[in-house]
Write a protein that binds this ligand. Structure first.
Ligand SMILES: *Cc1c(COP(=O)(O)O)cnc(C)c1O
Length: 474
């Protein structure tokens, strides 16, 4: 194993590698064109008995691994939602890795806990989440949503299932829109509610949940002997960033005594902009809220901010105190291991500190506004083009569209053509985008949110799309 002096030498070498990588990131195909198994094949079936040099390993990294990577930090990445990074965040990740602290308790690194508390307050202040709420960093929105469902369950039954397990047939029901994220069903499976008890509520023209349909279903279920437990509202669905209406849904939840969890995993970042605060008008009547700085807010994965109105309910659900953890002051400090499922925790607040300070809120807002502006421009060129169709009105910086030459009206054929267009674009390596289905129709998604994306990248992508579309056989 290398020693400290050698570490220093390779460390400098890697900084050169990293700066070179970022200077030439656009030269790589955004998504590699790889046949399954071809990377694994190049890696020996067993670990070496004898030490290998860092030079050897780095050379294999460049030869085997790098060509098999998707370049998420390329400004030509328009797929899924981004997992944005930035240089201040990267520097903080160096330090987190260097300290390699296990930040499960206040006592195991007081600064990590206290910085995390402050960063959550900074985010509350910057996004309009009520200051009386408390926040904690989780690894992902899926984990936060599971945490919310478990807390809702325990609070509803006075922490009985935590003690005795399920003693009667499960009659809980969870509600979300037809467009909601799969993590809700996954959480319902894990929490013991059963996937069949996640009830998908119809959506309107904008693909947002219809409150009247929700209330009707809740009343129907109550009459049938179910216990409506939780509504998961989407502020920015994954397919199209549809915004479910918070105010009327919060009223329904309050009226029926149901936990309201808000999943703003992606779109939560837009709350930095005052002009988008309407999305969470009425949040004081909700119970929990999650968003991912690790998607759009230029902070390395993993960094999910989870906020709750009633931290005591959360703590009461997850707190457990074995003898080996009885160290340090109890009661007067936060022990974040009790705020979720994993015990061990990375020092994830540090990168938020670096990002929020080095960007500053003003320049974060500017960058986010610019993404939204670029998406509005993209939307308008799609609308103006006779052979392309906008599939749903844009809400933020995701544009849903398809290739649709005038003379073709057969939906199956349009699906085939758009799937082919997507495959060909991605295989070209020039850009990477993904799709969703809107009312069954195969729809391309252009997510203009990468940290370093500029108007030139978007213009170039649009030219590539038009050009490639022309080669698709009708
Ligand atoms: C991405 C996403 C999730 C899942 O987030 P993870 O952090 O990957 O668990 C959940 N909900 C929505 C709306 C998302 O866009």
């Amino acid at each position: 194993m290398i020693n400290l002096d050698e570490f220093k030498q390779y460390g400098y070498q890697l900084i050169d590698w990293i700066t070179d990588y970022y200077s030439h990131i656009e030269d790589f195909p955004v998504k590699p064109d790889i046949t399954p198994g071809s990377i694994g094949q190049q890696i020996p079936p067993t670990a070496p008995e004898q030490s290998e040099t860092i030079d050897q390993i780095l050379s294999d990294f460049n030869r085997i691994i790098l060509p098999g990577m998707t370049h998420w930090q390329s400004p030509n990445f328009f797929a899924y939602f981004p997992a944005n990074a930035s240089f201040p965040s990267l520097l903080a990740e160096f330090l987190t890795a260097a300290l390699a602290a296990q930040c499960m308790n206040w006592d195991t690194s007081p600064a990590a806990t206290e910085l995390e508390e402050k960063m959550m307050q900074w985010l509350q202040q910057a996004t309009g989440i009520p200051m009386e709420w408390r926040g904690v960093i989780h690894d992902g929105a899926s984990m936060a949503t599971l945490t919310a469902l478990l807390t809702a369950r325990e609070k509803a039954l006075n922490w009985q299932i935590n003690r005795t397990g399920y003693t009667s047939p499960n009659r809980f029901r969870i509600y979300c829109s037809e467009e909601a994220h799969s993590s809700i069903e996954k959480s319902a499976k894990i929490a013991g509610f059963g996937q069949d008890n996640v009830i998908k509520i119809a959506v309107d023209e904008q693909l947002a949940l219809i409150p009247e349909a929700l209330e009707k279903q809740i009343i129907k279920d109550t009459r049938a002997g179910f216990q409506p437990l939780c509504v998961v509202l989407a502020i920015g669905t994954t397919g199209t960033t549809a915004i479910d209406p918070l105010e009327p849904v919060a009223q329904i939840c309050q009226h029926h005594g149901i936990w309201l969890h808000i999943d703003a995993a992606y779109a939560g970042t837009a709350l930095l902009l005052p002009e988008f605060r309407w999305m969470i008008k009425g949040i004081e009547n909700a119970d929990s809220f999650v968003f991912n700085p690790h998607k759009w807010m230029f902070t390395h994965f993993d960094c999910t901010a989870y906020f709750v109105k009633d931290p005591r309910a959360l703590l009461k659900t997850f707190e457990i105190l074995p003898e080996y953890l009885k160290s340090g002051p109890l009661g007067q400090v936060s022990n974040f291991r009790d705020w979720g499922i994993p015990m061990g925790r990375r020092f994830r607040a540090l990168k938020l500190w670096f990002v929020l300070r080095n960007f500053g809120l003003e320049s974060l807002r500017e960058r986010i506004r610019n993404h939204i502006r670029l998406a509005a421009e993209f939307e308008s060129v799609v609308l103006d083009h006779p052979d392309f169709e906008l599939m749903t009105p844009r809400t933020l910086n995701v544009v849903c569209f398809r290739y649709h030459p005038d003379k073709i009206n057969d939906n199956k054929n349009l699906d085939r053509m758009n799937k082919l267009l997507e495959e060909q674009l991605n295989r070209s390596g020039k850009l990477f985008l993904t799709h969703t289905r809107i009312r069954e129709a195969y729809t391309l998604r252009m997510v203009i949110a990468q940290t370093n994306v500029t108007r030139d990248h978007v213009t170039h992508a649009w030219e590539t799309i038009q050009h490639q579309a022309k080669t698709i056989k009708e």
